[in-house]
Ligand binder design. Structure first.
Ligand code: GLN
Length: 212
């Protein structure tokens, strides 16, 4: 079982370290062919416009979509969440429209562009997540198949899951938080070796939407 970390730009080294800390084989991904034998992929924080451009320029879009379509888990943090969103407020073109959400970039404005908080994420257990937000996005709206897995106290959505796609507005990897990485590793292990009755449902990347 092997998980890749997209290493075009941004905070990829910390994700590689988090995966290795929990005993998972992790590789930095820069080339399309490196995606062929992965069981999961992390898209790190950084600058989403740059990352979107580099994904296209280096022909990574199709192989990443194919990986998601095979049912491998994808995990996006901060800019990675923006990169995975189907709609970006302001009309920027999506590049990997895998999450049926509308995301707003830099949603906390200048007064509060970076902060840390304890966040309840019931999916990961009772101990709150120490969440580091850096010029972070928020999810403004979600489609019917999206599970909201964390909100700020004011109700704003900061973590979601849609089948094999998980995304957070914040950076768990900068706070020594490895439970998201464990979750992705568990999903990746199921993808690598789908035993009976795992109920694996690949992401319907190219599903056609019909009617209302
Ligand atoms: N503000 C960045 C963007 O919109 C994201 C910041 C981050 O990934 N920490 O792309």
């Amino acid at each position: 079982m092997k998980i890749g970390v997209l290493a075009l730009q941004g905070a990829f080294a910390e994700h590689v370290a988090a995966l290795r800390a929990i005993g998972v084989e992790a590789v930095e991904v820069r080339l399309p062919e490196q995606l062929d034998d992965l069981d999961g992929l992390i898209i790190p924080g950084g600058e989403s416009t740059t990352m979107r451009n580099l994904i296209r320029r280096w022909n990574l879009r199709e192989p990443i979509l194919a990986l998601a379509e095979r049912g491998a888990p994808l995990f996006g943090t901060c800019a990675g969440m923006i990169v995975l969103s189907r709609q970006i407020e302001g009309g920027e073109e999506p590049v990997l429209p895998l999450l049926d959400v509308t995301v707003a970039r830099n949603a906390f404005g200048r007064q509060l562009d970076s902060f840390e908080t304890e966040l309840s994420v019931p999916l990961l257990g009772d101990t709150p997540v120490h969440a580091v937000f850096i010029r972070a996005p928020v999810i403004e709206s979600v489609g019917p198949d999206v599970d909201v897995i964390a909100r700020l106290e004011d109700g704003r959505i900061v973590a979601v899951r849609e089948r094999n796609i998980v995304a957070t507005s914040f950076h768990p990897e900068l706070a020594g938080e490895t439970r998201f990485h464990r979750l992705i590793a568990t999903m990746a292990a199921e993808h690598a070796d789908p035993g009976e009755g795992t109920g694996r449902r690949p992401h319907p990347t190219r599903r056609t939407r019909q009617g209302g």
